[in-house]
Design a protein around this ligand. Structure first.
Ligand SMILES: *Cc1c(COP(=O)(O)O)cnc(C)c1O
Length: 307
């Protein structure tokens, strides 16, 4: 059973303007829960249910929490989402709308995560938002779908929070024997935990998150994601919040899709930093999506960042 949909893959003349090659958008914003999380989370939830889980638990007030709530509704199994006190009421409402129970615990994600693990002990399945091989397996289907269309990317642009998407995409590239295809791993300045570890040459945490791209706000990427930077051509790229928001506006106007700043970051990397992509023929952008935005919020961010 598949909980995600096969998303559209479209060429974008506007995002690719000024580049020599073609730019392809994999529209994960079209997933039923609004982001690529449907893939990995859907797969992981289904595996847990096959293995006898009687409930599903996660610890994310963002797109991962919503994806677990969605999966639980479709699989007809109860879901508890533990979220920290900082979670927006609009996010909590979306999760509840899927029929999940929301428990508010702790001031930061780590506390919600620890409590979620406790709740899972007996007969539950715990879904980590980014550090779980089951998730990577599910995320890897994105590359399978692209290959099935006959398009072979020679560069992939994606956003990095805790590195679950990155891990899944590299897995998908390897599955399809695309060992040398570079991945541009984009973060916002203020949420650049992968860049921090790559610079340090070891896995490190950033002390605090200061970015509007809250879906990229993991203080430390997974060990696995960091290790991939030694075995796959992964190039770290950082954009400002302002660039990410500007990209969200531009993308909305050009393609009529509203995406989170976490996703705008990847778009900004292509809009603004064409140099690294100049000699590529088929650039794949993972339009990761995200539900944590509306037109009012975009206006407010644009105003405060001077876009
Ligand atoms: C989860 C998420 C990310 C980051 O993914 P990781 O697997 O944590 O690296 C980026 N964008 C959106 C919209 C997300 O929901």
């Amino acid at each position: 059973m598949k909980l995600h949909i096969n998303t559209p893959l479209i060429e974008s003349l506007s995002v690719g303007k000024g580049l020599n090659g073609k730019v392809w958008l994999k529209l994960e914003n079209c997933q039923p829960c609004g982001s690529f999380k449907a893939r990995g989370v859907g797969y992981a939830c289904h595996q847990h249910v096959i293995n006898g889980a009687k409930k599903l638990v996660t610890s994310s007030g963002g797109n991962a929490g919503l994806a677990v709530a969605y999966a639980g509704r479709v699989l007809n199994i109860p879901v508890t989402v533990v979220v920290p006190t900082t979670t927006k009421i609009s996010a909590i409402n979306l999760i509840k709308e899927q029929g999940a129970e929301v428990v508010i615990k702790g001031d930061a994600w780590d506390e919600a995560h620890q409590y979620g693990l406790q709740l899972t002990e007996k007969d539950g399945g715990y879904i980590h938002p980014f550090d779980d091989p089951l998730l990577w397996e599910g995320h890897s289907t994105l590359i399978d779908e692209v290959i099935e269309t006959g398009i072979k990317p020679d560069a992939v642009v994606l956003s990095v929070g805790g590195g679950g998407l990155l891990s899944g995409i590299v897995k998908g590239l390897r599955k399809n024997k695309l060992f040398d295809v570079p991945v541009i791993a984009v973060e916002t300045d203020g949420a650049s935990s992968l860049a921090a570890s790559m610079n340090a040459g070891k896995l490190v945490s950033v002390s605090q998150i200061m970015s509007v791209a809250s879906s990229l706000g993991a203080k430390k990427v997974s060990q696995h994601a960091f290790e991939l930077t030694n075995t796959h051509p992964i190039y770290s790229h950082i954009v400002t919040d302002k660039q990410a928001i500007k990209a969200c506006s531009q993308f909305l106007n050009e393609h009529r899709y509203l995406v989170e700043p976490a996703c705008g970051a990847s778009l900004a990397a292509v809009y603004d930093s064409r140099v690294i992509l100049k000699e590529k023929s088929n650039i794949l952008i993972v339009v990761c999506g995200g539900v944590g935005i509306n037109t009012e919020q975009l206006k407010e961010w644009s105003r405060s960042l001077g876009v």
